[in-house]
Design a binder for this molecule. Structure first.
Ligand code: Q46
Ligand code: ZN
Ligand code: ZN
Length: 331
């Protein structure tokens, strides 16, 4: 297996590009993909400050590293979700990454600040954990980006994530969510601009990027992911990709480039916040949703007196903590 560019020994094959790359040219390929998507979708302009949503996993750390490599001024934000050992270990990876590179990592801990954690919130609300998790992260990242005066908030959603969310939204014809499923959402309505610079890279590619860059990351799967339907959609799409390389990319970018505007009207009239049902893996806020009022407690955009996060705090705050299963190894 030879590198497509230099004919040296290749370390990775990318069937959808019909290409193999050596380490150097694979890293260059990753940078090029991110640079291109930032340019093509006008995500950022030179001199802007970016807040990176950091989980300690491969995608968010690859994103933080890539944005730095490309010259963007970034800070990170880590939200302590209180998911047992999984959160403790994830936070450790995020902190070490930042400390080793002299980067600033801001942190918010749900238990310390709001007196609840995700397992407790899931038990109290009787919904899948990803629902309270997505809501909490969305709220805290949005607030931190706006309050910190950042020009944009960047998340590590990759091509697999976005294709799986799109697949789920199409299966249920979630018109409002479809209308907001873009690689960039403009600021407005009290929300920061949100960008997804990794949408041209797959999970396998962000993992390879981390390995080749010497980035240590959380490899365990979140123990609360069991009810997340996107895992099943990813399996279906992986099988289609195996049979026909390039399927995920043409599905997602075909939608973004040719179809998302057809749903723009629905984006204004549907529920605000989120781009998919029940899910926190692909949380995005409703800058392009209908105009909102403001939460009387925290000032965040809200559909009623209190925003959804403050209502969650009222329900889950102070509730008896529930035990968390140990992390599951990724299959
Ligand atoms: S951390 Fe939270 Fe994910 Fe765990 S509970 Fe679901 S959304 S799976 S990115
Ligand atoms: Zn090469
Ligand atoms: Zn509020």
């Amino acid at each position: 297996m030879k590198c497509k560019v230099c004919r040296g020994p290749a370390v990775i094959d990318l069937p959808r590009h019909n290409a193999n790359f050596c380490a150097d040219h694979f890293l260059r390929y990753c940078r090029n993909q991110v640079e291109r998507v930032i340019h093509d979708y006008a995500m950022l302009t030179p001199g802007e400050r970016v807040l990176v949503a950091v989980s300690g996993g491969k995608d968010s750390l690859a994103l933080w590293d890539l944005l730095g490599e490309l010259g963007w001024e970034t800070d990170g934000l880590y939200v302590g979700l209180g998911i047992g050992d999984y959160s403790d270990v994830s936070g450790g990876y995020a902190r070490r990454f930042a400390a080793e590179r002299g980067l600033r990592l801001n942190e918010v801990d749900l238990r310390a600040t709001y007196d609840f954690d995700i397992p407790t919130a899931a038990a109290v609300t009787r919904r899948v954990p990803c629902s309270a998790c997505g809501l909490s992260k969305r709220h805290l990242f949005d607030a931190a980006a706006v309050d910190g005066g950042y020009d944009a908030m960047a998340t590590g959603h990759n091509l697999d994530d976005e294709a799986a969310v799109l697949y789920g939204n199409v299966l249920r014809w979630q018109m409002a969510y479809l209308g907001r499923q873009r690689p960039v959402l403009p600021a407005g309505n009290g929300f920061p601009r949100k960008v997804k610079p990794l949408v041209r890279l797959t999970e396998r590619e962000t993992a390879a990027y981390c390995v080749l860059r010497g980035i240590d990351y959380q490899v365990e799967e979140c123990p609360m992911a069991a009810g997340n339907r996107h895992l099943g959609y990813k399996e279906v799409l992986n099988e289609m990709e195996r049979r026909s390389p390039g399927t995920k990319s043409s599905f997602y970018f075909g939608f973004v480039d040719r179809a998302v505007d057809l749903f723009a009207q629905e984006a204004w009239s549907g529920p605000s916040g989120g781009v998919g049902f029940d899910d926190g893996a692909a949380d995005d806020g409703g800058a392009s949703g209908r105009p909102l009022g403001h939460c009387t407690r925290c000032g965040a955009p809200a559909e009623s007196d209190l925003c959804a996060f403050c209502r969650l705090v009222d329900r889950a705050g102070g509730a008896q903590p529930v035990p968390v299963a140990p992390p599951r190894r990724r299959s």
